[in-house]
Design a protein around this ligand. Structure first.
Ligand code: AMP
Length: 210
């Protein structure tokens, strides 16, 4: 299963990606998590990305595309992958299509999680993120997954959320039509219980991509 997840920040892409990755036994590749891991390790890539991330802007395509291209050469993607947070604009979607065409392994589906703006702001303001494994959580001091300390991401603060929503509308939302035209798009509501959304997503995916 080669899958892309699309949706506004806070729609639960990361959470759903974890369950779907476990279900299909394929890696969850989050470009945001890769940037955060680089930031934490103080690598040149992390330093380069930080100011864009803190402002809610996209990191340059040249940097992001190379990072994803490299990640897709790892052995663990042999049976597929879930991309979460990439592509974030039409240019990146075109690059991804070219990378996969070269290997003759096109995408099976693109899963869009839809959510209204008011709900996004409420969710992101309450969200905390694990310093160690980056898992999101709400209302806890320690990460429910690994026990690490949690913090509020700079870009989950109110002033940056507004900018991230604008960036999503202007730059990322156009990839929805791009993938609809490619016949790959499946839309699922991001409202409801996590496990119900996962079940809906899996049944929709099983219909289109065997
Ligand atoms: P996320 O965790 O997916 O919300 O990503 C956090 C931040 O990382 C974004 O606001 C961007 O600054 C950066 N980022 C993640 N994925 C991409 C991408 N595909 N293109 C450019 N920047 C990205």
């Amino acid at each position: 299963m080669r899958l892309v997840l699309v949706g506004p920040p806070g729609a639960g892409k990361g959470t759903q990606a974890q369950f779907l990755a476990a279900h299909y036994s394929i890696p969850h590749i989050s470009t945001g998590d890769i940037f955060r891991a680089n930031l934490k390790a103080g690598t040149p890539l992390g330093v380069q990305a930080q100011s864009f991330m803190d402002r809610g802007e996209l990191v340059a395509d040249s940097v992001t595309n190379e990072m994803v291209k490299d990640r897709l050469t790892h052995d663990d993607v042999a049976n597929g992958f879930i991309l979460d947070g990439f592509p974030r604009n039409v240019a990146q979607a075109e690059v991804l299509r070219a990378i996969l065409a070269e290997k003759d392994t096109p995408l099976n589906a693109v899963l869009e999680f839809s959510l209204a703006n008011e709900e996004i702001v409420t969710r992101l303001s309450a969200r905390r993120t694990c310093k160690d494994c980056f898992q999101p959580s709400v209302g806890v001091d320690k990460c429910p997954s690994c026990g690490g300390d949690v913090y509020q991401r700079e870009d989950d603060k109110a002033e940056v959320i507004t900018r991230r929503l604008e960036v999503y509308q202007d730059q990322t939302a156009p990839i929805i039509s791009f993938y609809r035209n490619e016949g790959l798009l499946i839309t699922v509501s991001a409202l409801g219980k996590v496990e119900d959304i996962t079940a809906l997503a899996i049944s929709a995916l099983n219909r289109v991509a065997q």
